[in-house]
Design a protein around this ligand. Structure first.
Ligand code: CMC
Length: 429
């Protein structure tokens, strides 16, 4: 016998058998629950999607209680140890790890599309030098749709493949141009002989040397950070990507919206907020006072807590190890002591323990970025570069899912009932 949920409606005494699949019921099955035949039917109310699955997905698995994260079934720890970002992006997008021949072709395709149209440079030059990099980034990604109007053919697999390659290849170039614009240095062209992370570092930091060579430890650390940030199932920005994409707009426009969602301090802007918080705390002696204020409801301990993880974020564990390797090269970030002490106190404090608040991916990543020479405003952009792979994989899965339609949540209207227009002279304040 199939699993069902029996619901008795006390208003009518009627019983309903609702099928259960994958430990969930379909919200549409509630619609049959009515008092009168002309009722709309029962709705489920779930602000902020605390308990609603909006899709069936094969891409990323998270077990928040046990601190497990897997891309296409591969544990994040193994990918961080053995893979690189481009291979991980391939895995997310195509479902399997590439063979050597597939990887060679993929790498070649990405490196061939790293250049930006000269007008993108002009577009970026229009921004003030102190414009926030994330504002510039999401604008430039949106602008790409006007350079590649063929992207509107979203149901053509070849077009989707081309936009996927373009987006993954071009986001580091956009990010690097933004960085150089901010600091007033000339833009550096991509170098196709370098790795994905190595080329990005080249476009960021190259000066007058004929050939830029990044430090292998820093290059690998950046690549590991990219792997860790590549996807995270139905978070705010991915839901934005799927939601916007469900209107069948091109992927550049959808991704501009996803990047905007990532910009917020509760999401990908948290790494920037962590660094600002650590700088504001200033020294270990000020931590107890800061924790007291957080517990009193004055602000949050940024980089802590997660909607899904109710234990240590597995990405944060890997980042902590990576930070040690980076600091061996760059010297220790003086804010690390504050971060470590904050973590120590928070993990023992009843407020954080009872709410199951642990360090998330953003708690230590900013310390690495800062040690590598990035200004804090670049941090959310460094999150967006690798998340591009996840956004596109999720967008494509949504497009090809026959159950998906334009995203359109319902509401429960609690406003005024019908009333007649009041002329201005009869209105009261
Ligand atoms: N500092 C202090 N208290 C917190 C924090 C925090 N960082 N996070 C949650 N709480 C408290 C919150 O006040 C609430 O307490 P109470 O039950 O007394 O009202 C309780 O914990 C549950 O919090 P919530 O806001 O209902 O949880 P949520 O699932 O809606 O929010 C979150 C998740 C990530 C937005 C939140 O934990 C937060 O604001 N963290 C700080 C920002 C941050 O680090 N964001 C990065 C997330 S990881 C990267 C990414 O994927 O974006």
């Amino acid at each position: 016998m199939a699993d069902t949920l029996t619901i008795t409606d006390n208003r009518t005494g009627k019983k309903y058998e609702i099928p259960i699949q994958d430990n969930s019921i379909r919200a549409m099955d509630l619609r049959q629950i009515k008092v009168n035949p002309d009722d709309f039917g029962m709705l489920s109310y779930d602000p902020a999607f605390m308990n609603t699955a909006a899709c069936r997905s094969r891409i990323t698995f998270i077990d928040g209680d046990r601190g497990i994260l897997m891309y296409r079934g591969y544990p994040i720890e193994q990918l961080a140890e053995h893979s690189d970002y481009l291979e991980t992006a391939y895995l997310l997008l195509f479902g399997e790890l590439p063979t050597s021949a597939q990887m060679d072709q993929w790498t070649q395709q990405i490196t061939r599309h790293t250049m930006l149209h000269e007008n993108i440079k002009k577009f970026l030059e229009g921004f003030r030098y102190d414009a926030h990099p994330m504002g510039m980034f999401l604008s430039a990604v949106g602008a790409l749709s006007t350079f590649h109007p063929d992207a509107r053919n979203i149901f053509d697999p070849a077009s989707r493949q081309l936009q996927t390659i373009r987006l993954i290849a071009k986001v580091p170039s956009i990010a690097a141009y933004i960085f150089r614009h901010t600091i007033g240095r000339p833009y550096v062209l991509p170098d196709n002989e370098l790795s994905f992370a190595g080329n990005f570092l080249n476009m960021l930091f190259r000066m007058t040397e004929p050939r830029y060579k990044s430090h292998p430890v820093l290059e690998r650390a950046l690549d590991v950070l990219f792997i860790l940030h590549a996807d995270h199932e139905q978070n705010c920005s991915t839901s934005a990507m799927r939601g916007i994409g469900s209107s069948h707009v091109d992927p550049y426009s959808a991704m501009a919206g996803a990047a905007a969602a990532l910009y917020g301090p509760l999401h990908g802007g948290a790494n920037e907020a962590v660094l600002r918080m650590l700088t504001e705390i200033g020294s270990v002696q000020n931590i107890p006072g800061f924790i007291k204020r957080v517990k009193g409801g004055e602000g949050r301990l940024m980089g802590f807590g997660h909607r899904v993880y109710k234990s240590y974020d597995p990405r944060a564990k890997i980042i902590k190890r990576t930070a040690d390797e980076v600091f061996e090269v760059t010297g220790r970030n003086p804010l690390l002591d504050i971060a470590l002490e904050l973590e120590r106190i928070a993990l023992e404090d009843e407020y954080f323990v009872t709410r199951r608040l642990y360090p998330n991916v953003d708690f230590y990543s900013g310390l690495i970025y800062q040690a590598m020479g990035f200004p804090v405003t670049m941090f959310p952009v460094l999150f967006a570069i690798p998340r591009t792979a996840g956004w596109i994989a999720q967008w494509e899965e949504m497009l090809l899912d026959p159950e998906q339609k334009i995203a359109r949540p319902k509401q429960i209207y609690i406003g005024q009932k019908r009333r007649d227009y009041i002329p201005p002279e009869k209105r009261r304040p």
